[in-house]
Design a protein around this ligand. Structure first.
Ligand SMILES: NC(=O)c1ccc[n+]([C@@H]2O[C@H](COP(=O)([O-])OP(=O)(O)OC[C@H]3O[C@@H](n4cnc5c(N)ncnc54)[C@H](OP(=O)(O)O)[C@@H]3O)[C@@H](O)[C@H]2O)c1
Length: 423
């Protein structure tokens, strides 16, 4: 008989769905640092729609988006959903997961109970006229990131997802490694491969900011898999071997330069000259790695405000700077002279569509991309893992937490000790 509620890692019989589940909830009254914003509660297991499946979560990936959800800024995700008519005054985050299908909706044909899956975070209304016309679903007004813009993410024993979000779990990977890669990996894939004539080609040079980070570690491997030449940027000598073993041709330590920030005004000749000197010496550092005067055709951008001027300057004539975030700020300053005369493209990019997620998953299934799992924490340490990210103290690569999967994870002991010390 199915119990009312199962303990964490006490797996219900296959296909038996209990009425209640454990979940980490964010509520508006405790918006703030992740260590306080997340609290463990017991809630009803969600019902599914006809095109959805219910997945028993084995492991969940940690991403920056649920640091933002915890803080309640720049968007109050709960308030936004309430405005749109959803009643729940809480947020169950989690935009990466591996797990087992426990229930399928009436119209689902591609999955069955027992399938082992990884979940990508792109959701949309299949009845949207634009989607029906075959336009990239990412351009639909209905597009939402599961476990951030939508509720019922993977920080719970069960999650509700649209069937098309599920892809085969790589058999050679653990549950926690399988939960760690999709959000950053598919984002990097669209950035590097999704922009028509600016898709990365064999032999192209690409500059990867934050090479040891979540996005960067995936981007280096994708570039390598297509036969391109990735040059990584990092802060700290210790990150260089990490990027090199992933396939970087060489690494630049950004702490050796000091021209970062918004572009000085072009009329301020002294400040502009100083900036130009810094940007030129950064460009030379790329040439030194390559052993020839070649510039990156694709620049992989996410730091934003502090690095954009340099990214545009070093980008090859006819190349592209592709941007998915502005971690250091949103004011992108551009010297238009370099842009039009050298015909460079600035392209915004956000997560990935179904086809791109599947293509990226194929690279992982073939063993061409490793998830770069740094630490797997216990379920109890989920706020701690987000707090590390918030304080930029998280390890290189990607983190995950164990939910249904047995074990305590490599980082669990350390996390528990730090939590106890803090309490
Ligand atoms: N739009 C999307 O679909 C999407 C998807 C995934 C992530 N994102 C966003 O992308 C950003 C990065 O995500 P992530 O998962 O890769 O985070 P991450 O693992 O923290 O890596 C980010 C890297 O950026 C580098 N960095 C930090 N400050 C910098 C600065 N001032 N100048 C240059 N580099 C700097 C750091 O590397 P070094 O210190 O070693 O240089 C860090 O490792 C976040 O804002 C995230 O929300 C957006």
């Amino acid at each position: 008989m199915t119990k009312e509620l199962y303990d964490i890692a006490e797996q219900p019989p296959l296909g038996a769905v209990p009425p209640k589940m454990h979940a980490w909830l964010i509520r508006p009254e405790r918006f703030g640092e992740p260590k306080d914003a997340f609290q463990l509660e017991v809630v009803d297991v969600p019902e599914i729609k006809d095109d959805e499946v219910l997945v028993y979560v084995m492991a969940a990936g940690i991403n920056y988006n649920n640091v933002w959800a915890a803080l309640g800024t720049p968007v109050d995700v709960i308030g936004a959903r309430n405005k749109a008519g959803e009643p729940e005054r809480f947020h169950i985050g989690g935009s990466d997961a591996s797990g087992i299908v426990y229930k399928v909706g009436a119209k689902v044909t591609n999955l069955k109970v027992g399938d082992e899956v990884v979940i990508h975070c792109g959701t949309y209304d299949a009845d949207c006229p634009l989607v029906k016309r075959g336009v990239d679903e990412m351009y639909s007004g209905s597009y939402r990131i599961w476990g951030y813009e939508t509720n019922w993410g993977s920080f719970a024993q069960f999650t509700r997802v649209q069937a098309h979000q599920c892809l085969p779990k790589p058999k050679h990977l653990t549950w926690e490694a399988s939960a760690a890669y999709m959000l950053v990996g598919a984002t990097a894939y669209r950035m590097l491969m999704g922009w028509g004539e600016h898709a990365l080609r064999p032999g192209d040079v690409t500059l990867i900011w934050g090479g040891a980070g979540g996005l960067g570690s995936m981007a280096i491997q994708i570039a390598k898999a297509v036969g391109a030449t990735p040059v990584a940027v990092v802060s700290g000598e210790e990150k260089i071997p990490y990027c090199m073993q992933l396939g970087a041709e060489g690494c630049i330590d950004r702490r050796k330069f000091d021209h970062w920030g918004m572009l000085p005004h072009w009329k301020d000749e002294e400040a502009y000259g100083k900036w130009l000197k810094g940007a030129r010496s950064f460009g030379k550092a790329i040439w030194d790695i390559l052993g020839e005067k070649r510039s990156p055709r694709i620049v992989f951008e996410h730091p934003g405000e502090t690095t954009i001027p340099t990214s545009l300057f070093v980008c090859e004539t006819g190349g592209m700077v592709v941007i998915c975030a502005g971690t250091t700020g949103y004011n992108a300053t551009v010297d238009l002279r370099y842009m039009w005369m050298r015909q460079k493209r600035v392209q915004g990019s956000h997560f990935a569509n179904d086809a791109q997620c599947a293509a990226f998953n194929e690279l992982v299934l073939e063993g061409k991309v490793d998830p770069c799992l740094s630490e797997a924490y216990s379920f109890n340490d989920l706020p701690h893992a987000h707090q590390l990210m918030y304080e930029n103290r998280h390890p290189a690569g990607n983190m995950a937490v164990l939910v249904g999967a047995p074990g305590f994870g490599q980082g669990a002991k350390e996390g528990a000790a730090e939590r106890q010390a803090a309490e």
